[in-house]
Design a protein around this ligand. Structure first.
Ligand SMILES: Cc1cc2nc3c(=O)[nH]c(=O)nc-3n(C[C@H](O)[C@H](O)[C@H](O)COP(=O)(O)OP(=O)(O)OC[C@H]3O[C@@H](n4cnc5c(N)ncnc54)[C@H](O)[C@@H]3O)c2cc1C
Length: 488
C-alpha cells in the first residue's frame, strides 16, 4: 500500500491527509508540537477558552468538500453558527459602521457616510463575483501557473479587469470611495493576506464578495474544532496522527522524496511526502535546496500579529463578535509594519468577542477576548524585549476605548511574533509566509509540487494559493491531487 508521510498537522497538512486517506493511501501525519492545529490552536485559562489564531471562518464549503473525501458531512460533525454583523467598525470621531451578509443592508450603512457609496458597494461585490468565478476553478484549485496557463485553462483570453491585479487594493478603495473611512474598510482586506494595501493586488477586493456570498461563521466550540474534525476524519479511515514528532530531514533518494528523519533519529519510509511546514523552513532546514530557499527568502514577508487574550469578567453589550477600531492614520501603521519595522504606534485594533455568538467560550456571564494588531516580524523587531511594553500600550488603548480591560481581566495571555515563531515554526512569526504584494505576486508563491525533489508536495499557507483557512484547505486539495497523479 502506498505510504504518504505528511509533515505538520496544521490545516493544510490535515486537509491533505483527509483527502489521501479517502483515496485509499496509508497516511502518517507527523506534528512537532504537542497539539494539532498549528496556527489554528487553542488556549485555556480560568475556565475560558481562546482560539489563538483564526477567528473568522469563511467559505465553509472548502471544509465540507475536504470532509466529503471520507464521506463525512460537515453538518454531522460541526455546528456552524452564523456571525452577524460580519464586522463592526469604529473611528476616532465616534462613527460606526457594520457590514452584513445582506448586501443591501451594508450598502445602506455605507450610504450614511457618502452619497453613492451604497451603489459602489454593490458594484464592488459584482466585480468581486467576476474575479471569484474566474479564480476559483482556474487558479485557486489548480497548481500555480502563469497568466498564460489560466488563459489556456479557461479556453478564452482573460480580461485583466476581471482579475484586478493591475491595480492595487488602495487604488480600488480610492476609486470607489472618497470618504477615507470607507477607504480604510476596503484597505483592511489586504491584511487577510498579510499585505500592505498600497502594494497588494486589487484582486483582494474579492474578499468582501466571498464574505457576503458565503457568509461569516463561527464553529460552535471554537475555531480549533476545525482541526479536531480534520484529525478525526484522518483517523476514521485508519490514518495516524502523531504529535511530539519533529521531522529534521526529508530523505531524498535518486531525486525523489523517500521518507523523513525525526529529531530522535527514527526514520520513516514513504512513497511520497507532503510538507505542511512553512516553505522557508522546508527549503532552508529540512532539505538541501539553496535555490528554492533563496527564492523564498528574497520575497517580501507577510505581516505577523501581536495578540492579547483576556479572560474578562462580565458582558460587554457594545461589542459585536468581530470589532475593529481604525487608527487616525492607517498609512502610518503599514509604514511601521513594512517600511521601518517597529511596534506600530497607533494600530487598528481587532477584538474578537466570540461570546457574542457562542457562550461556551467563557464561564456564564463572562467573555473571552482575542485582541490582535498587525505587527512586523520578529527579527526586524526584537519582540522578546518589546512584548511587555507593547502589551501595556495596547491595554492603555483598550482602556481609552472604555473597555476597562485591566480592571475586568482575570488573566491576560500575550502572544508576540516571537511566540508565534516558536510555537508554529513560521519564520519571524509571519502569518502568511510571503506576502501578496505586486501584480505578479500570486504567481510567485512556492509551488505545491516541489522543484527540489520529485514526490515532495507543499500543502501550506506559505505556498500556493495562500494563507487563511479556506485557501490552506485548497492548498491541501491541490497537493493531494498531485500525489494521486504521481502515485496512482
Ligand atoms: C493571529 C492569527 C490570526 C489569523 N486569523 C485568521 C482568520 O481569521 N481567518 C483565517 O482563515 N485565517 C486566519 N489566520 C491564518 C491561518 O491561521 C493560517 O493561514 C492557517 O492556519 C495556516 O495553516 P497551515 O496548515 O498552512 O500552517 P500551520 O498552521 O502553521 O501548521 C504547520 C504545522 O507544521 C508543524 N511543523 C512545523 N515544522 C515541523 C517539523 N519540522 N516537523 C513536524 N511538524 C512541523 C507546526 O508545528 C504546525 O503545526 C490567522 C493566523 C494567525 C496566527
Amino acid at each position: 500500500m502506498t505510504h504518504v508521510v505528511v509533515v505538520g498537522a496544521g490545516v493544510g497538512g490535515l486537509g491533505a491527509a483527509v483527502r489521501l486517506v479517502g483515496a485509499g493511501y496509508r497516511v502518517t501525519v507527523l506534528e512537532a508540537a504537542t497539539t494539532i492545529g498549528g496556527k489554528l490552536n487553542i488556549e485555556h485559562a480560568d475556565g475560558h477558552t481562546f482560539d489563538t489564531g483564526p477567528s473568522l471562518m469563511t467559505m465553509p464549503f472548502t471544509l465540507a468538500d475536504t470532509l466529503a473525501a471520507v464521506d463525512i458531512r460537515l453538518e454531522d460533525v460541526l455546528e456552524l453558527l452564523p456571525v452577524e454583523p460580519i464586522c463592526r467598525y469604529r473611528w476616532h470621531d465616534g462613527a460606526q459602521l457594520e457590514t452584513w451578509t445582506d448586501d443591501d443592508r451594508t450598502a445602506a450603512e455605507l450610504e450614511r457616510f457618502e452619497h453613492g457609496a451604497g451603489q459602489e458597494w454593490h458594484a464592488l461585490l459584482a466585480q468581486g463575483r467576476r474575479t471569484w468565478e474566474m479564480s476559483l476553478p482556474l487558479f485557486l484549485s489548480e497548481p500555480v501557473g502563469s497568466f498564460v496557463d489560466i488563459a489556456r485553462r479557461s479556453g478564452r483570453p482573460i480580461d485583466p479587469r476581471d482579475i484586478q491585479a493591475h491595480v492595487t487594493l488602495s487604488q480600488i478603495a480610492r476609486r470607489r470611495f472618497r470618504d477615507p473611512r470607507l477607504q480604510q474598510v476596503i484597505e483592511r482586506f489586504a491584511t487577510y493576506a498579510g499585505a500592505d494595501p498600497a502594494r497588494a493586488p486589487g484582486t483582494l477586493s474579492v474578499i468582501p464578495y466571498t464574505e457576503t456570498a458565503f457568509g461569516a461563521w463561527h464553529p460552535q466550540g471554537g475555531m480549533h474544532r476545525i482541526a479536531e474534525v480534520l484529525r478525526d476524519a484522518v483517523e476514521s479511515r485508519g490514518g495516524t496522527v502523531r504529535t511530539g514528532a519533529r521531522v529534521t530531514r526529508i530523505i531524498v533518494r535518486d531525486g525523489a522524496a523517500a521518507g523523513v528523519e525525526l529529531a530522535d533519529g527514527e526514520r520513516i519510509d514513504a512513497d511520497a511526502v507532503v510538507s505542511n511546514v512553512d516553505a522557508a523552513r522546508l527549503y532552508g532546514e529540512l532539505l538541501d535546496a539553496p535555490r528554492e530557499a533563496r527564492q523564498v527568502a528574497e520575497a517580501p514577508q507577510s505581516v505577523s500579529g501581536f495578540v492579547l487574550m483576556l479572560a474578562v469578567r462580565g458582558r460587554t453589550p457594545e461589542l459585536a463578535h468581530h470589532n475593529i477600531w481604525f487608527p487616525r492614520d492607517y498609512r502610518a501603521e503599514f509604514a511601521d509594519v513594512f517600511d521601518d519595522p517597529q511596534p506600530p504606534h497607533d494600530p487598528a485594533i481587532y477584538l474578537c468577542n466570540p461570546a457574542a455568538t457562542d457562550a461556551s467560550c467563557a464561564p456564564d456571564g463572562d467573555e473571552s477576548w482575542f485582541v490582535l494588531v498587525n505587527a512586523p516580524r520578529h527579527g526586524p523587531v526584537d519582540w522578546e524585549r518589546a512584548g511587555e511594553r507593547y502589551q501595556e500600550q495596547l491595554l492603555d488603548r483598550l482602556d481609552a476605548l472604555g473597555l476597562q480591560a485591566r480592571e475586568r481581566a482575570k488573566t491576560i495571555i500575550r502572544r508576540t511574533p516571537a511566540d508565534l515563531e516558536r510555537l508554529t515554526g513560521a519564520p519571524g512569526g509571519a502569518i502568511y509566509g510571503t506576502a501578496s504584494m505586486g501584480p505578479r505576486s500570486a504567481f510567485l508563491r512556492p509551488r505545491n509540487e516541489s522543484p527540489a525533489a520529485r514526490r515532495l508536495y507543499l500543502a501550506t499557507g506559505s505556498a500556493h494559493p495562500g494563507g487563511g483557512v479556506p485557501l490552506v484547505l485548497l492548498s491541501g486539495k491541490i497537493a493531494a491531487q498531485l500525489v494521486l497523479r504521481d502515485c496512482g
